[in-house]
Design a protein around this ligand. Structure first.
Ligand code: ADP
Ligand code: ASP
Ligand code: MG
Length: 814
């Protein structure tokens, strides 16, 4: 014999009931079948709401009951057309009347006892099962209908009744002995107590009904038909790339369901496990999918982790106090007090100092728990031996489940470091000695992120999702987005990185999209987007709370820099093309680096020096491997190198500068380049990265630009340069007369940094630097005769964007 249970969504409409009928037809062709049915989807919730509304004394319940009736009547009409011989309409009619009366009674007395609620709730399963039974008969599938209340005997704990198995099993066996029918229909969820009052088996309890019948009747298999193709590695509503679990052990399934995998009601497993009856979870909407087989021994691949789940609405109770140390009995009294108050404990941890015990319970019991425990420990609290019970809400439990975890070391390490990397704070941890489950209590706001990150870590095909936010859509920002767009597939194929841009902002507007900004149309989408300044943009990023988040600053704005600490403290990596942060006061620079370290985030700014050239990375590698920087000599301004390489007297100096700006080599404000400030910032950053504590004021800057060029606006700057053309001409001629060329050189030697224009001879290392090239010479302990040289294009949107891109990848992989 087979037992098949169909859930609420499977019987949610006439169309789905037709599918159910076909599944039953196929199953019953070769075997005796017992069918257990849930209420139509949403009915139980609606009935509860009707009861509650009546209890509040309002008449909203009338509309709710009308809605329920309407759903059932239209379903019946669609299934049977004009035919009314099935008798279901009469049944709906009489039960509806009874429902109306019950709710009216509740409204009058303003009281909804659990007993009355059970009487209201029974409507759902009693009617849905009648409809299916009638439809089966209608299509020629003879069946016997039996009200489960006559078979399943429980205690009188309404809403969550405990089954009297001896009596129940006897009745079920008797029923099957006495019948010759081959197809049996039962309503799920409902049962009765010894006084024959209707009881119910807990939300989701139809699964349990089916398991009880399967176990009592010694079925060969229990099939749970639902709206997903089996148990998944995580809740499919939370995680996109869930995998279907083909085989799972009873114990794993039990852990998963206890810890929130709603697909199967937790008590279901117990009766079938005791009898060794396999459970098959199947999809009514894709009946040929394999589904999940739950059995004693899993024959599946040796996956270390079988699934990840979570339960929301958890309150954490902490009992603490110096008086607890070494004295036995405290925990017993705590649990006794909770159990007397009928509070179920979901998770327990006790630190080995015995200073505190921490338990997780359902949030709805919080105040009841507080009362019960404080009363139990009244004396100890009064004399100050322990503190009043601490009650904190807003938590969730996250659980990693798998029988094979105990055979692998490092699972919990990987779990917690993954969470830590994403800034998810762990409030408490519990690991059963069976090592089948590792649970952590975390803030509910982090659950989605946590489940997704862990799922990716333990189950993904290796692809890692990186969520990128970009501030700045100017020349470099624009190029970066273009590169990210065209390289997307390559990154996924080669590096297993799925880099998704989830936010883009300029100084006026921002676009945010959890699912990814469309990189083809972001400019027009942005034009249509709401105004948003950087502050709200950062708040939105933090609010989105996405895993593996990286913030990219391709602006030159100090305001954006101000937001870095907030981002880093949320474990969001910061990639700065913007030089303001690394070249601000030393304290600020080092505190950003420390914050990044403390919160497991990255703070990279490779493009601050030499655009896309690997200058800072090389320097970092030298230092990390134990080398020491003695001296640095560098040409660090693509703009100045371009200007002096192209200024030959045939046209004005100001014209050459203008060309550099037009080609995108200069800073947004070209005076930063021409004044040498930009070069000073770069040598400052290199010196700092080399381990020196140095400030901008410590750098000697021998300016070649007349002071007046730096006063006023950018337009004034150009006209002043024209006015001083003679000055520039003289610089050029003086050098040329001596057979020398002009280079703007930065140096760092013995702790001192300086920048300035120099005339160099043809033998100089920098003599052949053409165009906008940069060059950096590192003289170190290891490279003391010949320096380590890094040379290449040191400005330009393409190479700079590529450098930022490389930083993003580095941040993603570490
Ligand atoms: P039914 O009405 O058939 O009893 P449920 O709603 O009780 O269905 O259970 C099925 C739902 O369980 C799925 O639609 C899915 O959203 C949810 N679910 C939660 N966790 C998991 C998981 N790990 N695997 C599969 N489904 C899950
Ligand atoms: N109808 C009940 C509920 O929604 C039982 C079930 O569907 O399993 O909880
Ligand atoms: Mg269910």
């Amino acid at each position: 014999m087979k037992v098949l249970k169909f859930g609420g969504s499977s019987v949610g409409s006439a169309e789905t009931i037709e599918k159910v009928v076909e599944i039953i037809r196929e199953a019953s062709a070769s075997d005796t079948c017992a069918i257990v049915l849930s209420a139509m989807q949403g009915t139980t919730d609606a009935l509860i709401e009707a009861g509650r509304s009546a209890e509040r004394g309002d008449d909203g319940y009338i509309e709710i009951l009308d809605g329920i009736r309407e759903l059932h009547l239209t379903t019946i009409e669609k299934l049977f057309g004009d035919d009314t011989n099935h008798g279901v309409l009469d049944f709906v009619d009489s039960t509806s009347k009874e429902l109306d009366n019950l709710c009216e009674g509740v409204r009058l007395v303003r009281e909804l006892s659990p007993k009355t609620l059970d009487r209201i709730l029974r409507f759902g399963e009693l009617v849905s099962s009648r409809i299916v039974a009638a439809k089966l008969s209608d299509t020629g599938l003879e069946n016997e209908y039996r009200d489960s209340r006559r078979l399943i005997r429980t205690d009188s704990n309404h809403g969550f009744a405990a089954v009297d198995f001896a009596e129940t099993n006897r009745r079920i066996c008797e029923y099957f002995e006495d019948t010759t029918a081959k197809l049996h229909i039962f309503p799920g969820f409902v049962a009765s107590d010894s006084a024959r009052y209707t009881t119910t088996l807990g939300r989701g309890g139809s699964d349990y009904t089916a398991a009880i019948i399967a176990a009592a009747a010694g079925a060969d298999v229990l099939e749970i038909w639902t709206d997903v193709s089996g148990m998944m590695t995580a809740d499919p509503r939370f995680v996109r790339n869930v995998r279907q679990i083909s085989h799972i052990t009873y114990r794993e399934a039990m852990e998963l369901s206890h810890f929130g995998a709603k697909v199967i009601y937790p008590p279901t497993i117990q009766p079938v496990m005791a009898k060794g009856i396999p459970v098959l979870v199947k999809n009514t909407f894709a009946p040929h999918d394999h589904g999940t087989m739950i059995e004693a021994e899993s024959t599946a691949a040796n996956d270390m982790i079988r699934g990840i789940t979570s339960i929301d609405n958890i309150t954490v109770l902490s009992l603490e106090g110096s008086g607890m140390v070494g004295i036995p009995g405290f925990s017993k009294r705590l649990f006794d007090a909770l159990s007397r108050a009928l509070i179920n404990v979901i998770l327990i941890t006790q630190s080995s100092s015995e200073h505190s015990i921490c338990v997780g319970i359902e949030e709805k019991h919080a105040s009841k728990a507080k009362q019960a425990v404080d009363r139990e420990f009244e004396f100890e609290i009064n004399v100050g031996r322990i503190d009043p019970l601490k009650v904190e809400s807003g938590f969730s439990i996250l659980a990693l489940v798998g029988d094979k975890m105990k055979e692998h070391t490092g699972v919990s390490g990987k779990m917690f470091s993954t969470l830590g990397h994403n800034g998810i704070n762990i409030h408490a941890i519990a690991q059963g000695s069976s090592e089948r489950n590792i649970s952590a209590i975390i803030a509910s706001k982090d659950v989605r992120k946590a489940v997704n990150t862990l799922h990716e870590e333990f189950f993904s095909d290796g692809n890692k999702q990186i969520n990128v936010y970009i501030a700045g859509t100017g020349t470099v920002g624009g190029k970066l987005i273009e590169q990210l767009r065209t390289q997307h597939q390559h990154l996924s194929d080669e590096l297993r990185l799925n880099i998704r841009v989830v936010g883009v902002a300029n100084s006026k507007r921002a676009l945010l999209a959890d699912e990814g900004v469309d990189l083809n149309s972001y400019r027009s989408d942005m034009a249509a987007a709401d105004d948003m300044t950087i502050g709200p943009f950062i708040d939105a990023i933090i609010g989105q709370n996405l895993r593996n988040s990286v913030f990219v600053d391709v602006t030159a704005s100090p305001d954006v820099v101000e937001t870095y600490p907030k981002l880093l403290a949320k474990s969001i990596s910061v990639i700065a093309c913007n030089k303001v942060a690394a070249s601000s006061e030393y304290e600020k620079y080092s505190s950003l680096k420390n914050t990044a370290r403390e919160f497991g985030a990255n703070f990279f700014f490779e493009t601050n020096v030499g655009a896309g050239l690997p200058v800072i990375n090389t320097l970092n590698d030298l230092i990390r491997s134990g080398d020491q920087i003695k001296r640095i000599e560098a040409v660090l301004s693509g703009t100045l190198n371009f200007v002096f390489n192209n200024y030959d007297g045939s046209r004005e100096f100001a014209d050459v500068v203008r060309q550099a700006q037009k080609e995108g080599y200069t800073e947004p404000d070209p005076r930063l380049d021409l004044s040498g400030t930009d070069v000073a910032r770069k040598i400052l950053i290199l010196a700092r990265e080399a381990g020196y504590r140095i400030e901008m004021e410590d750098i000697e800057n021998a300016r070649f630009l007349p002071e007046s060029c730096l006063a006023g606006s950018v337009d004034d700057f150009y006209s002043e340069m024209t006015r001083h053309e003679d000055h520039f001409r003289r610089l050029l001629d003086d050098a040329a007369n001596r057979g020398l060329t002009l280079k703007y050189i930065a140096s760092f030697d013995d702790g001192k940094a300086k920048v300035g224009l120099q005339s160099i001879g043809p033998e100089h290392n920098f003599a052949n630097l053409s165009g906008k090239d940069n060059a950096v010479l590192f003289y170190t302990n290891r490279y003391f005769e010949q320096p380590l040289v890094i040379k290449g294009a040191g400005a330009g949107a393409d190479v700079t964007a590529a450098g930022v891109f490389a930083d993003i990848i580095r941040a993603s992989r570490s």
